[in-house]
Ligand binder design. Structure first.
Ligand code: ADP
Ligand code: ZN
Length: 722
């Protein structure tokens, strides 16, 4: 090949052609550096017939400058890039950038720093933590994070020991191997149900064919232990495994279990990796040296050398949907990746998305069920508390039945979990004197008071201010009132009721990094916490055997607003959080506070009647032409200038396609009409399955030229309706 077409990582440029100098070998998938004007661009060699561009005469072509020394991106991955761009109406370059996620992976220093005990004598007395580190670390060497895992001592303590000379840095090669996972390290005895499911999955790995599976198992059924068996088989066969987890906070729990089962840590991939760790992982994944990769949704686009299995754990989680940039759903893209790679993919959940369940019921996915909890644990008893009858006192949020149940748990030394999906202390602050409400200057949203950090903050853009002593509007001192509850306020209420109780707030504010999540888990497991008050962060994954009470503070909260999946999401959240109760030998109880005990989703929760909920929701979706029966898309036009945004939306609206199988609503101001300083207008598109939705949208939008200040975002299968 002496002429190549490049998919360059800059969406504004389009495909570019280059010549290949004599003696240089390139094939599709190679990552190359090419000259562009006075600079260079990174590009991926692509099949030119799949990437239409203008033909440049041969004599005008400039030669590529360098072929980057990483394995070429495989054909299945190239097809995945094309599919993703096409399906989500995104630029190929934007998807390709996710694959080469750290440009740094392609070059950069060949070494990094690891740490080990220096052997120096400690001067003076050691803290218990430091002593533990000295005892546990022995011959270990690794990143601070790995040493923290090995010693069960926090990263902060270890860094302190580096400062004190007890731990020393060592320079090592970036491409040194990861410790190998041993598929037979510590195999658990599986229950009959687990064994049946595990065997099917192991066979699917061996068959090496596309096989989408829905692993539908109740909370506490041991889905993890079960899918570890096909993971082990893939390791035995020398293939790579990708496990996607929805939250970094869940990773810690997973890592512990993984190490117990396989005797070594998996390779981690998430946004807070340091650049050296990221480069090491990327390269090991690309050259096949990483066996099991555990990551957030972005791990889906990595260049696996030899992928043999994908597992999506808690597959119903909305955080698998990316809401900016390329707006993809990792759950759906993982199925496509498995198809291109011709491998099995397992979607594991106790509360599958309706779409996934539908695929299983119609035979597109294989359905494997774990109908009971492991080890004879019982699912908890669920009761509704009707808030219109059991009114909490003024400025209070917990009804008497929950207070009584909490008291009982405290007296028995058991743990309780109160769930409210609202961070901070209060969602709205106003002035008692003049009625002034604290609003974000950049967003159409109230500022949320956070007492732990003494700030008012916007949950959309991150804007923060201190809490003023006087009202900024009328100048009155001490007149600010907090309206409504957040988790911090519930925690205060518990502390007032039970001053002796040890209460922990568990949200992304308090457990935002792996280290703090690990600390929280350790404390909860050691029974150093009596009452956990948490957001959706604590609804899944956690396994605390002493936790016997779950209180849902406001089950109606999620049903408000214009979210088309509100009922499903409420069902999933409440069912998941209920699933935290009674996982050990002691039975669990769940109390759900609601003002609408007769709402179908609440009634189904109370009856534990999952099938009834899914059946009712399926019919509602069928009537509405919602997924999986029809499709939705959102188009958001935004600009810092209100008029510019409105005019662009109106102009686009004027040329809306008129089609039988596709309805377009809008333009209207988006529910969040101002977000991060940009005014937003929205179209909602509802299409029947027969419509070629993406093509229609692309043709419609591409026919317009908008002012440079206007941004337009297309969201296929949206999860966010703001
Ligand atoms: P799920 O993810 O389905 O809610 P988990 O995987 O968290 O359930 O399992 C619940 C608990 O049961 C965990 O503590 C897990 O370690 C334990 N467990 C599950 N299966 C087994 C097994 N076969 N042997 C020993 N412990 C198991
Ligand atoms: Zn804001």
């Amino acid at each position: 090949m002496n002429r190549v077409r490049l998919l360059v990582l800059n969406a504004a440029l389009g495909p570019l052609d280059y010549s290949v100098p004599d003696g240089v070998q390139v094939v599709p998938g190679h990552v190359v550096i090419a000259p562009l004007g006075p600079r260079t661009v990174t590009g991926i060699v692509w099949e030119s017939e799949r990437l239409p561009g203008s033909e440049v005469p041969a004599e005008k072509l400039r030669p590529i400058r360098e072929v980057v020394a990483v394995p070429p991106l495989s054909a299945p991955l190239r097809r995945l890039i094309e599919w993703t761009a096409d399906y989500y109406c995104a630029a190929l370059a934007s998807v390709a950038r996710m694959v080469l996620s750290s440009g740094g992976a392609l070059g950069g220093p060949a070494t990094m720093t690891e740490y080990r005990l220096s052997g120096a004598e400690p001067s003076g007395r050691l803290t218990a933590q430091r002593k533990q580190a000295l005892e546990m670390l022995g011959g270990h060497q690794g990143t601070i994070r790995e040493l923290s895992g090995a010693s069960e001592v926090s990263e902060g303590v270890l860094r302190g020991m580096v400062g004190a000379g007890l731990i020393e840095p060592v320079t090592v090669a970036i491409d040194r191997p990861y410790p190998p996972a041993d598929p037979d390290f510590d195999q658990p005895v599986l229950s009959d149900d687990q064994l049946r499911v595990a065997r099917t999955l192991v066979k699917a790995v061996e068959a090496r064919k596309f096989a989408p599976v829905l692993l539908d198992g109740v909370t506490g059924s041991g889905k993890t232990e079960t899918y570890f068996e096909p993971v082990a088989e893939a390791i035995r066969l020398g293939r790579q495994v990708l496990v996607l987890l929805p939250e970094i906070a869940l990773t810690e729990n997973f890592l512990v279990r993984f190490e117990q089962r396989f005797g070594a840590a998996p390779v981690l991939w998430h946004s807070s990796l340091k650049s050296t760790e990221r480069r090491r992982a990327w390269r090991a994944i690309a050259n096949g040296n990483a066996q099991v990769i555990v990551g957030a949704r972005s791990a889906l686009f990595l260049p696996y050398a030899n992928l043999g299995l994908i597992v999506v754990d808690e597959a119903h989680e909305v955080s698998f949907k990316q809401d900016e940039g390329v707006r993809y759903n990792a759950r759906d893209v993982s199925v496509m990746r498995a198809r291109f790679e011709q491998i099995p993919v397992v979607l594991a959940s106790a509360t599958p998305a309706l779409e996934s369940l539908h695929m299983a019921q119609t035979g597109t996915y294989e359905l494997l069920e774990l109908p009971s909890r492991f080890g004879g644990a019982q699912l908890p008893a669920i009761k509704l508390v009707n808030l219109t009858e059991e009114k909490p006192g003024a400025g209070k949020w917990l009804s008497q039945p929950i207070v009584d149940a909490l008291e009982e748990r405290l007296s028995r030394g058991e743990q309780s979990l109160l769930f409210l999906n609202r961070r901070g202390y209060a969602p709205l602050t106003l002035c008692r004197n003049c009625g002034h409400r604290f609003q974000c200057p950049n967003c159409s949203a109230w500022l949320v008071e956070h007492r732990l950090s003494a700030r008012l903050s916007c949950h959309h853009c991150g804007h923060e201010t201190g809490v003023p002593e006087t009202c900024p509007e009328c100048g009155e001192p001490d007149c600010l009132v907090a309206c409504g509850p957040g988790v911090e306020r519930i925690a205060d209420e518990v502390a007032e009721l039970f001053p002796e109780a040890r209460v922990a707030v568990a949200t992304s504010d308090t457990l935002g990094n792996p280290e703090r999540a690990a600390e929280f888990i350790a404390k909860a497991e050691a029974k150093a916490i009596d009452v956990i008050v948490g957001t959706q962060l604590v609804t899944k994954g956690f396994h605390f055997p002493e936790l016997t009470l779950v209180g849902v503070v406001d089950a109606d909260l999620g049903l408000e607003g214009g979210d088309l999946r509100a009922a499903e999401r409420t069902y999933q959240q409440v069912a998941q959080v209920a699933g935290r109760a009674g996982r050990g030998s002691k039975p669990g109880e769940v109390l759900i506070q609601t003002r609408h005990p007769d709402a179908p989703v609440i009634a189904a929760l109370a009856d534990g009647d999952r099938d009834a909920f899914y059946a009712a929701e399926t019919e509602a979706r069928r009537d509405a032409g919602a997924p999986p029966f029809g499709r939705w898309a959102a188009i958001i036009l935004s600009s810092e200038d209100e008029k510019e945004a409105r005019e662009a939306a109106v102009r686009l609206g004027d040329t809306r396609p008129e089609l039988e199988d596709l309805y377009i609503l809008g333009p209207a101001p988006a529910p969040l009409a101002l977000l991060r300083g940009r005014y937003r207008y929205r179209f909602l598109v509802n299409a029947r399955r027969s419509a070629s939705l993406q093509k229609v949208l692309r043709d419609w939008i591409d026919a317009h030229q908008f002012a440079p200040g206007v941004r337009i975002g297309v969201d296929i299968d949206p999860y966010s309706f703001v």
